[in-house]
Design a protein around this ligand. Sequence first.
Ligand code: ATP
Ligand code: NCN
Length: 201
Amino acid sequence: MGIKRIGLLGGSFDPVHLVHIALAETARKHLALDEVQLIPAANPWQRQALAASPEHRLAMLKLAIAAKPGLCINPLEIERGGKTYTIDTLEQLPQGAEYFWILGSDQLANFCSWHRWQDIARRVHLAVAERPGDDTQAPGPLQQILEQAGKSLVHLPFEASPVSASDIRRRLAQGLAVDGLLDSAVTQYIRQHGLYRATAA
Ligand SMILES: Nc1ncnc2c1ncn2[C@@H]1O[C@H](COP(=O)(O)OP(=O)(O)OP(=O)(O)O)[C@@H](O)[C@H]1O
Ligand SMILES: O=C(O)c1ccc[n+]([C@@H]2O[C@H](COP(=O)([O-])O)[C@@H](O)[C@H]2O)c1
């Protein structure tokens, strides 16, 4: 057996939407990954407080990947708690696998503001999907470190989609339809638990 190839898709997942799942599946196929781990953040330090609790975000992720072979959830950031720094997560993962950090081009553009971003770039390949309005080229300093470390920046064949969790939260708060944006089991969960209502937002 060769070295395992593992995709890592970190996110707030507040809530997980269908484009997150499409992104994970595209990366899995395109990069011939053994698995893609979805990693819900405990406390993404660059954002305001999240709307849903870690338990709810985890439960929604479980519903969204229920019938998706090759996708799984790694709850280590929620278990670790505190501010979520990706480098701490990478340092906790078992050695001996080849890791691909999957991200949208908004986060690629923001990458050099991440805690110890140089150390992240020395450890993982990056797999980027275009989001409308953001460049899929790595910022110069990031490109340089990736090259020095022998890591690649892979451009995923992914049609740019304007879907975002913040737009979905806004729609839910306004009572608008979210058909085609969320897995139907996730929509049902949100309704059952009264998440993202105007008063709770
Ligand atoms: N429509 C999309 N196209 C490509 N990548 C996406 C898309 N939506 C999210 N991602 C990527 O998935 C990862 C997790 O995203 P996150 O959970 O923050 O969702 P989001 O839709 O960006 O949420 P929010 O609107 O709250 O910022 C990030 O790397 C983000 O860039
Ligand atoms: O490590 C950091 O400093 C860092 C800064 C910003 C974002 N991230 C990670 O990038 C992923 C996407 O973040 P977000 O805010 O778009 O959900 C998620 O796993 C975050 O923990 C990580």
